[in-house]
Design a protein around this ligand. Structure first.
Ligand code: NDP
Length: 241
């Protein structure tokens, strides 16, 4: 029987590649998004994957959203916490709004999304939770005190929850992508991006599909012995312990 997957921020960029990859591998997939109806409609027409709109930084909306998806497609086996934003700025100019927006969308959301699915996974003795962190949560990045903190927080969350759930057949892993060619990266200053690509030993940006393939592995039955891990997919830009 098909397994049920939810991918937050699944209508564009990395999330879209993940949703498509899981669907092609036989999962029933629901893709959530925050506000870009045009991209979501295009995605739905292109892929046939169901789309659901709510703000992942809103706890009640996440609870309600998960309940709606589960009513449509059944209990969740795989949750990919992928939705994320950047609100960059040098720390001495960073506002509390920039800090809060990034923390709530990138980190609080993982709590808000995982909490409604975890009891069902525990009862059924099976689950796969995959958190999309970032190279900048591992090494820190100029102008991203908020984003680096949130993405590092996701790694701590991954490791703690992996301890708690291992005996229940639930694995919890993180992926830390380097620079991947999506809208998020396209929004960067061209000169800054050129300089970053110059620091990537592989000599190019990664593709969303390269991240999706790793998610597919972690989402599968064969990855049952892998939990609490952080997979780096960054072209060699940062080789962490
Ligand atoms: P994109 O900006 O291309 O897509 C982001 C997705 O998240 C969209 O579907 C968007 O919905 C959704 N989203 C954003 N905010 C919210 C919200 N408040 N509520 C619900 N959905 C929301 O991002 P990427 O594909 O580049 O990034 C995906 C993840 O990977 C992020 O967590 C990012 O931090 C991480 N990452 C990205 C890297 C990169 O180089 N691109 C590198 C390392 C990590 P909508 O379309 O409605 O706006």
């Amino acid at each position: 029987m098909s397994k049920q997957a939810i991918v937050t921020g699944g209508t564009r960029g990395i999330g879209k590649a993940i949703a498509v990859c899981l669907k092609e591998a036989g999962f029933n997939v629901a893709a959530t998004y925050g506000g870009n109806d045009e991209a979501a409609t295009r995605f739905k027409e292109e892929t046939g994957i169901g789309v659901y709109k709510w703000d992942v930084s809103d706890a009640a909306a996440c609870e309600e959203g998960v309940a709606t998806i589960e009513a449509d497609q059944g209990p969740t086996d795989v949750l990919v916490n992928n939705a994320g934003i950047t609100r960059d700025g040098a720390f001495h100019k960073m506002t509390a709004e920039q800090w809060r927006a990034v923390m709530s969308t990138n980190l609080d959301s993982a709590f808000y999304m995982t909490r409604p699915v975890i009891n069902g996974m525990r009862e059924r003795g099976y689950g796969r939770i995959i958190n999309i962190s970032s190279i900048n949560g591992q090494k820190g990045q100029f102008g991203q005190a908020n984003y680096s903190a949130a993405k590092a927080g996701l790694i701590g969350f991954t490791r703690a929850l992996a301890h708690e759930t291992a005996r229940k057949g639930i694995t919890v892993n993180a992926i830390a992508p380097g620079y991947i060619g999506t809208d998020m990266v396209a929004a960067m200053d061209e000169k800054v991006l050129d300089a970053i690509v110059g620091q990537i030993p592989v000599g190019r940006l990664g593709t969303p599909e390269e991240v999706a393939d790793a998610v597919l592995y972690l989402a599968g039955d064969k990855a049952g012995f892998m939990t609490g891990a952080v997979l780096t997919i960054n072209g060699g830009q940062y080789i962490a312990a």
